[in-house]
Design a protein around this ligand. Sequence first.
Ligand code: AMO
Length: 428
Amino acid sequence: MKRSFIQQAKTGEPVLIQGFLEHIRNTRYMAFLVVRDRSGKMQVTIEKSAHPEWTALIETLTAESVVSIEGTIQENPQVKLGGRELIPTAITIESLAAPLPLTHEANIDTRLDYRWLDLRGEKERLLFEVQTCLVGAMREFLLQREFLEIHTPKLIAAASESGADVFEVGYFDRKAYLAQSPQFYKQMAMAAGFERIFETGPVFRAEKSYTNRHTTEFTGFDLEFSYIESFHDVMHLEAELLTYALERVQEKYGEAIEKHYGTKVIIPKLPFPEIALPELYRELEKRYGYRLPECERGDTTTEAEQLSYRFSMEEFRHEFLLVTDFAAEKRAFYHMQKDGVPQGYDLIWRGVEITTGAQREHRYDVLCRQAEERGLGEDVRFYTEFFRYGCPPHGGFGLGVDRLTMLLLGTGIKEAMFLFRGPNRLTP
Ligand code: AMO
């Protein structure tokens, strides 16, 4: 018999349902099972005297075992689960579950040890439905605008962002590195004349950070496009893209997110507010007495990002804030500069940086000089070559999908990833 999803299984005709046994109640005369598949839950009602041959089987059943059950569904208003029950004619145990090692109260690290069990929860599953919708909507938005989706190598010969946070791997008789960003290759696509590209893929950072928003491997949503006039074009595209994606999520999952995560999906207004970093610091000091440590001058700090959420809500009634005018020495060498000011931005959402974006330096000699000034000349020679034979002006951004999901639902990053990777976690 063909399997039916519990939600769609018809009343009054023979059906086969398959799923996990969420609950077992075995009384003297009756046994009640609750079976769960990805569409919903169904009560299975067994009158024990009608099936003496099942006595041993019922006693063997354990919570979270996987079963196949054939039978007929009937209406029964007394059944809390949707007023229907399945009267079985055949029960097969596909896989018997051992006693569960995980309780609902387990802390996040224990939950991660048994992530596949943790993910069986409705709330956990919802997160991935939401993420699928979010990333799907971002992809849809870009496809409508004729962006190409590319897939760039993650094994590379040189660090792509800063040399410090890169994982080194053995590569036959030499060394390779895990890409810290698709940066070099998305720009190569501009030199190739693709004009508009994006990529969703793994990004590796050898950062020993133990925060609720850092991980050593995350999913980046990166894009790059040509013939921009300035980095403002990049900021505007990102604001439109996020607004579009949040609209889709709100339509489809707004209620479920509020029910399970207690977080409202707010559709942002366009354009997103912008502020130059020095002005942001003046405001944070004036309003909240925040003093920036001298060594952080020209960059944002975690505390400043958090305060900037408060500022953005008070000043602009907006959850997003675009911050511009960082110090050149705090930004990547490939950012275009105008009068010494990097032509880029960070986007902060609900107090956490989610994106870095910029217009890139596409002029070969200027780019080489900027790389040279950082002592990177030789290391990035393969990359600067991309700009020797003509390259359009271009820009783009990198967005952290895990951070985006985490902020959307109000969780930490460990919960927002299928499997978290950190300095102390490489399993499961
Ligand atoms: P950046 O280094 O700012 O920029 O990274 C872009 C975005 O990636 C996310 N992110 C992280 N998420 C989780 N854990 C981490 N350790 C982590 N580090 C970064 C953030 C961040 O905003 N090449 C540039 C992008 C560009 O200019 O196009 C880059 O990689 O959401």
